[in-house]
Design a binder for this molecule. Sequence first.
Ligand code: HEM
Length: 233
Amino acid sequence: MQSVDLNSVKSFRCPSNYFFTSVGKKLVMGISGLVWAGFVMGHMAGNMLMFISPGAYNSYGHALTSGGLIYVVETVLLTALSIHVFFAVWLTVDNRRARGSQGYALSQKGSKGASIASRTMAAQGSLILAFIIFHLITFKFGPVYETTVNGVQMRDLHRLMVEVFQQPGYFAWYVFCLVLLGVHLRHGISSIFQSLGVLNSNNQATFQKVGIVYAIVVSLGFLSQPISVFLSR
Ligand code: HEM
């Protein structure tokens, strides 16, 4: 069998071929995932205005969507999501092929030590993708109620949000997906540091904690929104 010179692999610099390696694909997934990780933190923080007043929440939504910036944000998000999903499918197919050629015994051994969360990243990602599609249908393309805040006519997204989260089915689906998002973020953020090659035995625990704290803040922050609406029915 042909042997591989590891030194030549390490010093390999051709970017097009790099993305055909497992490490390259993971790096692309990590960077595109980071775009969404940043977005969800910002989206969660902005949504917290619901605890100030319906007017503050609606004005914030109106300010975001009435300028041209929203098209830039949407283009960046869609591009990052498409790249993330494309590379996720590619990696999953590669991994399945590799497992198939190495045999069941090796695959069992290989997966030893990997947590359920890390082994089910593809399934979590598929559910989160479904969540995003339903979420856009529910809110962005959902019923348009109108309201006036400080003399400005705008969409009443606060009323829509309250109507949605008061329904037990929607409430349960959001709670489930927001917990899942936390699990996905926690593992994804820790993995990006690994793909970037910055992890070593000294800082590994710290970077893992960064992933955990980030995931908890995003997940619990979002969760507080449907929970507060549902409990105040
Ligand atoms: C309690 C949780 C959430 C609430 C209350 C919420 C609320 C909303 C609302 C009201 C909009 C419509 C904004 C508009 O059209 O003006 C929106 C848009 C959006 N949400 Fe959420 N959201 C939540 C969680 C999430 C999560 C977890 C994600 C992603 C994983 C997400 C991704 C998006 C995206 C991509 C848009 C479209 C943004 C755009 O048009 O550029 N949301 N959300």
